[in-house]
Design a protein around this ligand. Structure first.
Ligand SMILES: NC(=O)C1=CN([C@@H]2O[C@H](COP(=O)(O)OP(=O)(O)OC[C@H]3O[C@@H](n4cnc5c(N)ncnc54)[C@H](OP(=O)(O)O)[C@@H]3O)[C@@H](O)[C@H]2O)C=CC1
Ligand SMILES: CC(=O)[C@@H](O)[C@H](O)COP(=O)(O)O
Ligand SMILES: [Mn+2]
Length: 385
């Protein structure tokens, strides 16, 4: 029986690679495809993959989507209700959450309540509400299968091992495009420079996060919740080649690593077809073509966003949600070239200081904190105009 999959964010980098890799298999049927506003691409995907449901989040695009989909045999929906419908419909087995940003939180929660397997690419979900999501998934007997390459690697390194034999998680980072630059050189780099990731072709937001090392900070928080370790048990190691996708050090000093070419289709299909290893036709990693694998410590002075993310986790409560929402707003501003590289860290810090801390937040507190952080960032950026 083919598994029915809903892809939230099908028009993005992860969504497109997912459709690419599953079209080589006969394991999956596409139940729903969802996007923010790129309905032209959504229609092209629908023509090829024949989903039952198409969703556009932007309500202004609902009528245009309906007209464009008139020749297709599928339902059309919009807004958060549409995303939730895609995430919870009865026939759906797996929900791939590959939207960007904290918008992924509510559909994921509803999918968990509907007992769907979650293939989680959207790291912002666990960053903002990992403390709520993980127990919720456990209570509903739902698996959260990581798609993020490092977390897929760690998950693979943990297979068949006892949780209490883990010493630490070694989370690898490429270091991004500014790894070798001085602070004053980085300070004047623009989004067009930051968008040149050395190893991965990804969406704009995560690519900027890689340049600031916020991506590694978000992944640090994601790892804490996914694998139930303490922050002290997670070490970030800069590994510029992105061949080792992460490692686990065990208490006997054995280290298990997962390696491969930097290709997201590997962790995507691993999550979707877990525990199988689908025999795909992707390029084989050629060890003799690799010059070397190197390692460095992260520099928190040049990349303060990593320290801020770790600090938000130490503060706990709603602070990671505040950090994340502030970062989303600031990355959007950096992409528009209205702020500089180091403004991102500076204003995140300001938002974290301004928003009242909430211990043990409920989902409504998380959503409110997310909103407050965005309002605060917009206010601060308006003031400096
Ligand atoms: N790209 C990668 O290699 C990796 C990505 N991730 C994570 O996966 C997630 C997606 O990243 P990526 O694919 O790069 O991002 P992209 O920017 O390439 O794609 C984002 C996708 O989300 C959709 N989207 C955005 N907002 C909404 C919304 N409100 N409602 C519905 N759909 C929405 C976009 O639709 P539209 O096209 O209409 O704007 C698009 O389909 C992020 O959380 C990222 O951190 C994790 C590891 C690797
Ligand atoms: C492909 C993937 O998982 C990204 O999150 C990637 O890890 C980004 O690279 P760095 O953040 O290590 O630069
Ligand atoms: Mn990653």
């Amino acid at each position: 029986m083919r598994k029915q999959i809903s892809i939230l964010g099908s028009t993005g980098s992860i969504g497109r690679q997912t459709l690419d890799i599953i079209s080589d298999t006969n394991r999956f049927s596409v139940y729903a495809l969802a996007c923010h506003h790129n309905i032209d691409q959504l229609i092209e995907q629908a023509e090829r993959y024949s989903p039952v449901l198409l969703v556009v989040y932007d309500k202004a695009m609902y009528e245009p989507l309906k007209s464009a989909a008139a020749h297709l045999n599928c339902r059309v929906s919009c807004g958060m209700e549409g995303l939730v419908e895609a995430a919870t419909a009865d026939p759906v087995d797996i929900v791939l959450t590959s939207v960007v940003g904290s918008i992924g939180l509510m559909p994921t929660i509803e999918a968990i309540k509907a007992k769907k397997t979650i293939a989680l690419a959207n790291k912002e979900t666990l960053v903002t509400a990992g403390e709520i999501i993980m127990p919720l998934a456990a209570a509903h007997g739902v698996s959260i299968l990581p798609v993020d390459s490092e977390h897929s690697a760690i998950f693979q390194c943990l297979q068949g091992q006892h949780a209490d034999s883990v010493d630490e998680i070694l989370l690898t980072a490429s270091g991004g495009p500014f790894r070798t630059l001085t602070k004053s050189e980085i300070a004047v780099r623009r989004a067009s420079d930051a968008l040149k990731h050395p190893n991965w072709a990804m969406g704009a937001k995560i690519t900027i996060d890689s340049a600031t090392l916020m991506n590694k900070g978000l992944e640090f928080i994601e790892a804490k919740w996914l694998f139930g370790v303490s922050a002290e048990q997670i070490k970030v190691i800069v590994h510029p080649q992105s061949i080792i996708h992460s490692m686990v050090r065990y208490k006997d000093q054995s280290i298990i690593a997962q390696l491969g070419a930097p290709d997201m289709r590997v962790p995507i299909i691993y999550a979707l077809d877990y525990p199988n290893r689908y025999p795909n036709k992707l390029e084989k990693l050629d060890f003799f073509a690799l010059k070397s694998l190197t390692f460095e410590a992260p520099d928190l002075e040049r990349f303060p966003c990593l320290a801020l993310a770790i600090d938000s986790l130490a503060q706990g409560g709603n602070m990671p949600a505040v950090l994340n929402a502030a970062n989303e707003e600031l990355v959007a501003a950096y992409l528009k070239e209205t702020i500089g590289f180091y403004d991102i860290a500076e204003y995140i810090q300001k938002a974290m200081a301004a928003i009242p801390k909430i211990e043990n937040p409920a989902i409504d507190d998380i959503l409110m904190s997310d909103k407050m952080a965005r309002v605060e960032i917009r206010r601060l950026l308006e003031l400096r105009r």
